[in-house]
Design a protein around this ligand. Structure first.
Ligand code: ATP
Ligand code: MG
Ligand code: ZN
Length: 387
């Protein structure tokens, strides 16, 4: 045993530089979170880490990651992690670092040089599977290696955090900068429900307060460099759609509908609304399209909710706008899709070969294959769904 050589401090520092703050997703060493490193002559290392806030929900993760990284350094015989809390001055200097000198209240995704693709998920009516589609597409893209965030802007109900397994997590706030909540799948999320002062409070989101909340989720949340941001909108054509249209005209809209005639009609209205706000509708996703026959298999589609809604919405909107609006996919009814949502483990991750997951993965693949700009996407070409 090389007990004679005490571990080198620069190696310990290098090890600590491999530990990311789970919320900010940058090395704790860059964020001035490492206050002190102490090595005694038996090779035992004590690292003092400053948390951004007391009772930080991520403290166990940080402790574990620091312990793992530092333990692996040659000569280290033990690791103790001591947690402290940043002072108000340290927090505001961190906030400044994170803002990178950028003026407050600016929406990074609305800047002309933004490289983040923003997809707004819209629907005419509720319950068509918007949130399920949002979380699964987001995770599918994260699994492709993209950095993905979700804004849950549904003012009527906030199901996205629960679907991602973080129903009870509140975001950490560093001064007036809010950290998005990290989820086990790597996607970060902020829900409008998280902005309430108290959890049990009932807030009627509308008017200027709603607008402020939406802007806050886009500009006061430290998203870092995202490749993709999904916005889960409330159903219909209300205030949120108008507000987001004003603040994020560059967002591209995906319309979710069921095959039903009535649902298709209201979905068309939601699409038209988006277009009036100068957002481009890039495609339609038909959900709950069919039930694969339990006897014959998926070739026999039981059309529980009718048929043709998705194609109809796509062609109606395309004709109305004068550009191609594609039907991006038809997601079957799939019990495991619902179960995945209920248990906080979305299907593309927990059950990727399930019929619903295969289609969702294909849609995500098609979306990330699109370049920036106006080029349409090629879809439905390959039967080689990965499983
Ligand atoms: N393809 C599907 N197969 C089976 N169940 C589904 C499917 N899509 C969605 N569900 C289930 O239907 C319910 C509604 O879905 P979801 O919450 O995603 O819809 P929504 O449009 O976001 O609804 P809301 O308007 O309430 O926000 C959920 O329980 C979900 O698990
Ligand atoms: Mg929803
Ligand atoms: Zn059959």
């Amino acid at each position: 045993m090389g007990g004679m050589t005490s571990p080198a401090i620069d190696r310990i520092q290098a090890a600590l530089a491999r530990v990311n703050d789970p919320e900010i997703k940058r090395p704790i060493t860059d964020l001035d979170m490492v206050e002190n490193i102490d090595v005694d002559d038996t090779g035992k290392v004590t690292v003092t880490v400053l948390l951004t806030v007391a009772g930080c929900p991520m403290k166990d993760t940080i402790t574990r990651d620091v312990t793992n990284e530092v333990s692996a350094v040659e000569g280290v015989t033990g690791v103790e992690v001591v947690l402290g809390v940043m002072t108000a001055e340290q927090r505001s200097s961190l906030q400044e670092t994170l803002r990178g000198g950028q003026a407050q209240r600016e929406i990074p995704f609305a800047q002309p040089d933004s490289l983040t693709k923003v997809y707004a998920i819209a629907s005419g009516k509720g319950g068509v599977g918007k949130s399920s589609v949002t979380v699964n597409l987001a995770i599918a893209m994260a699994k492709q290696g993209l950095k993905v965030g979700i804004v849950d802007a549904d003012i009527y109900g906030h199901s996205v955090p629960a679907m991602l397994g973080v129903a009870d997590t509140r975001p950490t706030q560093v001064e007036d900068l809010i950290m998005p909540v990290p989820t086990p799948s790597g996607v970060s999320v902020i829900s409008i429900g998280m902005l309430k002062p108290r959890r049990d409070q009932v807030v009627a989101w509308r008017g200027p307060m709603l607008d402020r909340a939406l802007v806050q989720m886009l500009s006061d949340v430290y998203w870092g460099d995202l490749d993709v941001l999904f916005l889960d909108l409330p159903p219909g054509t209300g205030d949120v759609a108008i507000s987001l249209g004003q603040h994020l005209p560059s967002a591209e809209v995906l319309v979710v509908t069921t095959p039903q005639e009535a649902a298709a009609e209201v979905a068309e209205r939601a699409g038209t609304m988006a277009s009036m706000m100068h957002q481009r509708v890039i495609g339609v996703i038909e959900n709950m399209s069919f039930l694969p026959c339990p006897h014959c298999g998926p070739e026999h589609r039981l059309e529980v909710f009718g048929s043709g809604g998705g194609a109809r919405v796509a062609s109606t909107l395309g004709a109305r706008f004068g550009y191609d609006v594609e039907l991006l996919g038809a997601i079957p009814l799939d019990v495991s899709l619902r179960e995945g949502g209920d248990s906080g483990k979305p299907i593309v991750e927990s059950d990727p070969t399930a019929p619903g997951a295969v289609v969702l993965n294909d849609i995500a693949q098609g979306l990330s294959g699109r370049g920036r700009g106006l080029a349409g996407m090629q879809l439905g070409l390959s039967p080689t769904a990965k499983g």
